[in-house]
Design a protein around this ligand. Sequence first.
Ligand code: P6P
Length: 323
Amino acid sequence: MLNLHDALKQADIDPALKEVLDTIASTCKSIGGKLRGGALSGVYGSESSENVQGEVQKKLDVVANALLKHALLNNRHVAGVASEEEDDVIGGGDEGRYLVTFDPLDGSSNIDINVSVGTIFSILPSPKPGSQITMDDFLQAGHQQVAAGYVLYGPAITLVLTTGQGVDMYALDYDGDFYQTHANISVPDSTQEFAINMSNQRFWEEPMQAYVGDLLLGEDGPIGKRFNMRWVASMVAEVHRILTRGGIFMYPWDKRDPAKPGKLRLMYEGNPMSFLIEQAGGAASTTRMPIMDVQPKQIHERVSVVLGAKEEVARVDQYHQNA
Ligand code: P6P
């Protein structure tokens, strides 16, 4: 079996980028170890603090963020990091040529109920290697990413990664190494499985209500086929399911907080997941444009997300274009 280190060695990518990816993978093993202990590890429950998103921080949010921040800022190839759990960007080594954005523990509301959570990361080129980075240096569209991936802490701990040459999947073995289980994953063009938080239905834009309404009509409706539904409330788990067996995932804008374009964050959720999905032959849209075309204006900005089977994403876009 090919392990991650050897797979990266064989990959035609910058050796410095390989070292950054190695750092992320080994840090996520430590995060997985803390999760494995469950309630015994003393990391269940919440802190008294809130993050910049206004969300109460889970203990493991803080632990995972600290582990990734420390490891990445001690990697000489990292020029800076941005985290869901940090108000501002943090500068790294002067010789670093890569910026890393991450959601240290996505889906953390699932930790205490023992449901899958994950770490999401995105790697961008530093626009001015050798000088102190600023927030503006991170504000690059998703197409500028040089690598992206996630580690899913589920029944198995899996790493899914792209460096722009397809999507590969690795599982963590008992010996503490990631071994490749799937290479060059592809998302089927069509699907009969959708994921959306239905409790928000009355808050969606009318075209989204119309589309989901037609999904629910199944074979008797205009889409003409029966759909199944899933909702894990952990984006990493949803995307992993789509990369593994297909589907469409949606977290659209809703009027609960009209000022926000969506719930999910562009820089460390929308963009990395869109890179993976597009590299696997799927599509990722805001319902108006490809997510990776969005020009970010601030590091924690949010985005409406529809991603997965390209025929189904195109249908959602059509409903919005016709509106
Ligand atoms: P809701 C987790 O908090 C997250 O950011 C994503 O991982 C997930 O898809 C979504 O929010 C769940 O949101 O509204 O169902 O709790």
